[in-house]
Design a protein around this ligand. Structure first.
Ligand SMILES: [Cu+2]
Length: 277
């Protein structure tokens, strides 16, 4: 059995157990939730699997160390050994306790790096969206769909309606199509922010003066929530991210509407007459 097959098998075990115990899944934080949010992209599916696999490795190592400690406590305590042994070296044991952890780390590093490169960027992007961080809100640009832009500001607590999520709802949602390779670019107008959606496995810093890139391919329709994940100032907790993944047809309809509704990138600001004139 190859290393990756063994890994997949090992990794799927806790996920299966958790699926049995999990309550209704939603793409928003739940009270008393355990584990990661339900994956909605291939990247997050692999991240979840890797996380579950590591949990097994960690549990095995911790149990082994605990058993060793208990053995030492029982077998080598002072009462049982009034005359302590003067052993200070054992070449075989020393080689084993050096080589085995190295092998474990290499075994973890290989799938880890593979995943890191997989999450980095997509070979075949079908469209691009750009998220720009501001103190303290996000704005978005759709360069492939007429280059329109809009801001997404948090809905304040006093305006939250029934069924909406406090601190997570925005006035404009980022609408994207499902089953599409979306290239995501981030940038910032002021300080470092981070565009994050747990269900997508995306957490990408938005730096001033630099464009960062990642990708997502959303596998199901729904509303997904995230928050800025880089401490960026006093309003850090108040710049959530709301993504609506819709069918390709619904996305096209939204684009037509959005082109009318929103300004173009770089368009001059509307002229406002002042009272002095
Ligand atoms: Cu921020």
């Amino acid at each position: 059995m190859s290393l990756s097959r063994a890994w997949t098998l090992l990794a799927s075990l806790p996920a299966m157990l958790m699926a049995l115990a999990a309550p209704a899944l939603a793409d928003v934080p739940q009270p008393w939730a355990m584990g990661l949010q339900e994956p909605a992209t291939p990247v997050m599916e692999r991240l979840s699997q890797f996380h579950s696999g590591l949990l097994i490795v960690i549990t095995l190592i911790s149990s082994f160390v605990l058993l060793l400690l208990l053995y030492v406590i029982v077998r080598f305590n002072q009462r049982r050994n009034p005359q302590p042994s003067r052993t200070s070296h054992n070449t075989l044991v020393e080689v084993v306790w050096t080589v085995v952890p190295v092998l474990i780390l290499v075994g973890i590093a290989i799938p880890s790096f593979r995943l890191l490169y997989y999450a980095d960027r997509t070979e075949q992007p079908e469209m691009t969206i750009k998220a720009v961080g501001h103190q303290w809100y996000w704005s978005y640009e759709y360069p492939d769909h007429g280059n329109f832009t809009f801001d997404a500001l948090m809905i304040p607590e006093e305006e939250i309606r029934e069924g909406q999520h406090r601190l997570l709802e925005t006035d404009n949602a980022v609408v994207v199509p499902v089953d599409t390779n979306i290239r995501l670019l981030t940038n910032s107008q002021d300080v470092i922010h981070s565009w994050t959606i747990p269900s997508f496995g995306v957490k990408l810093d938005a730096n001033p003066g630099q464009v960062n890139e990642t990708w997502m391919r959303i596998t199901r329709e729904g509303t997904f929530y995230g928050q800025c994940s880089e401490i960026c100032g006093i309003g850090h907790a108040y710049m959530p991210i709301k993504v609506q993944a819709v069918s390709k047809e619904a996305f096209q309809a939204w684009v037509t509407e959005a082109q009318q509704k929103f300004a173009r990138v770089g368009a001059p600001a509307p002229q406002v007459a002042t009272a002095a004139e």
